[in-house]
Ligand binder design. Structure first.
Ligand SMILES: Nc1ncnc2c1ncn2[C@@H]1O[C@H](COP(=O)(O)OP(=O)(O)OP(=O)(O)O)[C@@H](O)[C@H]1O
Length: 349
């Protein structure tokens, strides 16, 4: 549904250049909620603004629903009619809502339809349906100043849906909201994604947002995508930073001559008593240093950090057993008190 290829954006000012996007390849499939995370300055906002060509990429292409938007953009600063029409199929919600304070809630939702030349009657009917969809049917005549932050964002979402888009872009839509309101707005986005088959590309700096709603995620650093995939794929990737951030398992070795191992459980292996069998079979004392369990799409996924007595070389057989049980096993040398010999990171892969 959204594909960016070798996307670059260089901001030029009189005395310097900033490369905000440095060759971004991103693929968002139809009907998924895709989260882009990264630190401040990583290029997330630039990326999302380039996806609907609010920002003109320096080079590379952006395709949305099979249309090459970069080819529609032309050379002049003003967007040609073809690009404006394509943009109608892409809704956008903003961190600070961007509502017009002098207009009622209903008139804010109608605004994009006015621009598209939709008749007054149709606009009013559509706005009422949308306000109903986001749970604000009773606020149609209110003004933005009379609404809470969460309600304002619901209006922003209703407005973004006015043109019946297939894609919704969300630029830190919940960053200005408290945790409970964040949860309800994320639930709304998830419901809209399911009910309308809406593809959602969101940027955020909060891993909890990814955890709550995303099917897939990408991590950006210095204008590049350094990791991407479905959440399940990321969790199955040894050493994935996103997996670690989604399922942080802390804990360091309790002393020297210990081996610290990170285990990831998927599907069946999540429900089998693997750890107790390991302890029994190899007569080994296993200490659990940290653990996190989650349910994704009805399947349990978990991570656990355990400690085995002895160095890595002493634990080759039990570690092999854990792998045979279908667990993903990563040796955590940084959590081990004494450096583990024998290139354990490579062994972990
Ligand atoms: N209009 C602009 N002109 C010049 N430089 C810009 C402009 N917009 C962004 N930048 C620079 O591009 C880089 C990427 O910024 P961007 O806002 O895309 O990052 P971000 O990951 O969204 O960060 P944040 O979460 O703080 O918004 C930064 O170094 C920023 O200073």
């Amino acid at each position: 549904m959204i594909t960016t290829t070798a996307l670059r954006k260089v901001y030029r000012s009189r005395d310097r250049e900033i490369t905000a996007l440095d060759g971004v390849d991103l693929t968002v499939r139809e009907g998924e909620v895709y989260g882009v995370v990264g630190r401040s300055g990583a290029g997330k906002s630039t990326l999302i603004r380039c996806v609907n060509l609010l920002e003109r990429p320096t080079s590379g292409t952006v395709e949305v629903a099979g249309r090459d938007l970069t080819a529609l953009a032309g050379r002049s600063d003003r967007a040609p009619a073809a690009l404006r029409a394509a943009r109608a199929g892409i809704g956008m919600v903003f961190q600070h809502f961007n509502l017009l304070s002098s207009r009622t809630v209903q008139d804010n939702v109608e605004l994009p339809l006015e621009i598209l030349g939709v008749t007054r009657r149709e606009r009013a009917a559509r706005a009422r349906d949308l306000l109903d969809l986001v749970g604000l049917a009773d606020k149609a005549r209110a003004y933005p100043a009379q609404l809470s932050g969460g309600q304002k964002q619901r209006v922003g979402i209703a407005r973004a849906l006015a043109g019946r888009p297939r894609v919704l872009l969300s630029d830190e839509a919940t960053s200005a909201l408290d945790p409970e309101t964040t949860r309800s707005v994320l639930e709304l986005l998830r419901d809209l994604n399911r009910q309308l088959g809406l593809t959602v590309l969101l940027i955020t700096h909060e891993m909890d947002v990814v955890k709550a709603v995303c099917d897939s995620a990408a991590l950006m650093k210095g204008g590049r995508v350094v990791e991407s995939g479905t959440v399940a794929e990321l969790l199955a990737t040894p050493g994935s930073e996103l997996a670690d951030a989604l399922f942080p398992v802390g804990g360091t070795a309790s002393g020297p001559d210990r081996t610290v191992v990170d285990l990831t459980f998927h599907g069946d292996s999540a429900t089998r008593p693997v750890i107790s069998r390991l302890a029994r079979t190899y007569n080994v004392d296993v200490s659990i240093l940290g653990a996190a369990m989650e349910t994704y799409d009805g399947r349990q996924i978990g991570r656990m950090r355990i400690e085995l007595p002895g160095r890595f070389e002493d634990n080759v057989v039990p570690i092999g057993y854990l792998r045979e049980q279908g667990l993903q096993v990563d040796i955590a040398p940084e959590a081990t008190a004494e450096p583990v010999t024998g290139e354990p990171a490579a062994v972990g892969k």
